[in-house]
Design a protein around this ligand. Structure first.
Ligand code: GLC
Length: 538
């Protein structure tokens, strides 16, 4: 709940924008987004008002898991361009005042990575122990019951050396052996390579999976599993995730970041708050920001949200800094989860909560999930585990830039279907509309910069009743009241000691309207009020 001080690290004041490079903008006309495309659109991002860009992986990869299967951590895949293109993006981003965060995948490589090619070639390879190899079970078959997050057993038999290797995700994504010091050193060298180039941060993929049980014990059955859930949820991942040893491995990576000025480590960790916050480290020697995905997973109800915010705020260790995520390339888009009108309220929530927000590209346009016909499914998760609604292609649809051919994304047919209403939901149309979702985002981001109360002020929960969620953000003498109507009916609320002027409604009107005592909200309306008694200027 703390109020921040002014000499804080850049990432405490920043809004992070996730770019899914395949889908952002196509600079070379082949139907796939790339680095040149990002370069051309940097001013769109500064106009939007974000401070840092996180690029999903652009490294050399067979692309079976769309770049999360890396075959060279220090090379750019030709699909995205060259190292020269990357350097151009980095340089231009810095000139635009944008920080750059890359996606490091330390848990696994591609099976085409030279480390794995050597590892699988013979039991005596110097790289053998870089991956997790095990003899078959005594009666034959996989060594234990561990499951892959992408369907089936986590073990793959390799006929050449007659052992199994472990893969948390696809069989072409073998897990590195983090109990091997050489693996750690190799990944630390990768970090140094990118930090030395001037990259300001790394988002570290699948961090809570890094270490696995040394004794290879079976995971216990999950008594709460029900049909329709992802198949790996049949077991509790007791021996494959969130092992105590993971924290020491992360602290080791943190020391690498700390050897450079002001670098940021973010961890991808899907765990409940009390376990998640352990990734800050006991003495804040873990990652700076363990991604907080609670808004991705929650039911969209005022009381549920209020409880979730309180639980998270309450769990944060002293001195740590919160963060919030509303969408990413792995989860259904917010506009489809809560509907287009409520997505505006969600945007106001994301950008007024205390902590660093991460905004997923396209959510600022209100993009819904794209419809993916059966013959266009590409996501290996949907291919392996069909029909459960896990498919991620729909959240990875190209950004619609205009209403010209292929939504101005590319002169060629894009790699993934466009959203259905791209003729009306696109950057060119929305930026002309003073009440569009894009305009709302620009205004929210502008206010966040303007008012320290929003950027670093304290968070004070006020009330969650029916569909209304109410909280204050305070900094010094400035106080901003945020009132959100999560429902489709009008709502009114009496707030003691509240009088002030509206800063912004999610309808993009009411600016400067006097608000006092009773606050009236239209259906799906969020309202920010600069309270009287507050210093007029931020
Ligand atoms: C992370 C990525 C996801 C990928 C998985 C395996 O969860 O966000 O896209 O499939 O790791 O690398």
């Amino acid at each position: 709940m703390d109020e921040g001080t002014s000499n804080e690290a850049w990432w405490k004041k920043a809004v992070i924008y996730q770019i899914y490079p395949r889908s952002f903008y196509d600079g070379n006309g082949d139907g796939v987004g790339d680095l040149r495309g990002i370069l051309e659109k940097l001013s769109y991002l500064t106009d939007l008002g974000v401070d840092a860009i996180w690029l999903s992986p652009v490294f050399k990869s067979p692309m079976v898991d769309f770049g999360y299967d890396i075959s060279d951590y220090c090379a750019i895949d030709p699909l995205f361009g060259t190292m020269g293109d990357f350097d151009a993006v980095l340089g231009a981003a810095h000139r635009h005042g944008l920080k750059v965060i890359l996606d490091l995948v330390p848990n696994h490589t591609s099976s085409e990575h030279p480390w794995f090619l050597s590892s699988r070639a013979s039991r005596t390879s110097e790289f053998r122990d870089w991956y997790i190899w095990h003899d078959p079970a005594p009666g034959g078959g996989p060594p234990n019951n561990w499951l892959s997050a992408f369907g089936g057993s986590g073990w793959e038999f390799d006929p050449t050396t007659r052992q199994y290797y472990y893969h948390t995700f696809l069989s072409c994504q073998p897990d590195l052996n983090w109990r091997n010091a050489k693996v750690r050193e190799a990944i630390k060298d990768v970090m140094r390579f990118w930090f030395a180039k001037g990259v300001e941060g790394l988002r570290m993929d699948a961090l809570w999976y890094l270490l696995k049980d040394e004794r290879f014990r079976d995971n216990p059955p999950n008594p709460d599993y029900s049909v329709g859930e992802p198949p790996d949820h049949q077991l509790l991942p007791l021996y494959t995730t969130d092992l105590p040893e993971v924290h020491e491995a992360i602290a080791d990576l943190r020391r690498v970041a700390d050897a450079y000025d002001d670098r940021l480590l973010i961890g991808e960790i899907y765990l409940p708050p009390e376990k998640l916050v352990a990734y800050y480290g006991t003495n804040l020697e873990g990652v700076h920001l363990p991604f907080n995905f609670s808004l991705l997973e929650t039911r969209w109800h005022a009381r549920t949200l209020a409880a979730l915010i309180d639980e998270y705020e309450g769990a944060l260790p002293p001195g740590s800094w919160p963060n919030w995520v509303l969408g990413n390339h792995d989860r259904p888009r917010i506009a489809s989860r809560v509907g287009p009108s409520q997505a505006r309220v969600a945007a106001m929530l994301l950008l007024t909560l205390r902590g660093t927000p991460t905004l997923y590209n396209g959510d600022e346009l209100g993009m819904p999930m794209a419809h993916i016909p059966a013959d266009r499914v590409l996501d290996p998760l949907e291919v392996n585990v069909p029909g459960l609604g896990l498919g991620r292609d729909g959240a990875r649809s190209p950004i619609p830039w205009s209403d010209s051919a292929y939504a101005g994304f590319s002169p060629s047919e894009p790699w993934c279907p466009l959203i259905e209403d791209w003729k009306s939901t696109n950057v060119a149309v929305l930026e002309k509309d003073p009440a569009s979702m894009l305009t709302l985002h620009r205004k929210l981001l502008g206010l966040r910069k303007q008012y320290p109360a929003l950027m670093s002020g304290s968070y004070l929960p006020l009330l969650a009743t029916g569909d209304i969620l109410l909280f204050r953000r305070k900094h010094g003498a400035t106080s901003i009241l945020v009132a959100l109507n999560l429902g489709s009916q009008p709502g009114a609320i009496e707030v003691e000691n509240c009088a002030g002027t509206a800063l912004l409604s999610t309808y993009c009107d009411r600016a400067d309207e006097y608000c006092g005592g009773r606050i009236d909200l239209r259906p799906h309306e969020g309202l920010m009020i600069l309270e009287l008694g507050t210093a007029n200027h931020p």
